[in-house]
Ligand binder design. Structure first.
Ligand code: FES
Length: 105
């Protein structure tokens, strides 16, 4: 697990980028938290800089959108899913389970 941030530091509708083995974007949507690879699978754009609508994020570069729950692209030009990661909230802190040993929460 890797510490993302305090719950208070990620308001609803916002996202942050954290550095793990790869950059990961963490989103807050209506009280739920989602983590996906930050880099769009189409080209090199940061999804944390995209637009969140419901459980989707729209890439800021060419407007592909991804389902934050599954990582699946919902429209072109992206054709490949972004990886998703489990998110755990404990003690007012948001953690991302990267599946990689990067420190213990
Ligand atoms: S870089 Fe994301 S849609 Fe092109």
């Amino acid at each position: 697990m890797i510490r993302a941030c305090d719950v208070a530091d990620l308001p609803d509708g916002e996202a942050i980028r954290i550095l793990a083995h790869v950059p990961i974007a963490v989103f807050h949507v209506d009280g739920a938290y989602y983590a996906v690879d930050d880099t769009c699978t189409h080209q090199d754009a940061s999804l944390a800089d995209g637009w969140v609508e419901g459980c989707t994020v729209e890439c800021p570069l060419h407007a592909a959108s991804f389902d934050l729950r599954t990582g699946v692209p919902l429209c072109l030009p992206a054709k490949t899913a972004v990886r998703t990661y489990p998110v755990v909230v404990s003690g007012g802190v948001i953690y991302v389970d990267t599946g990689v040993s990067e420190g213990v929460a």
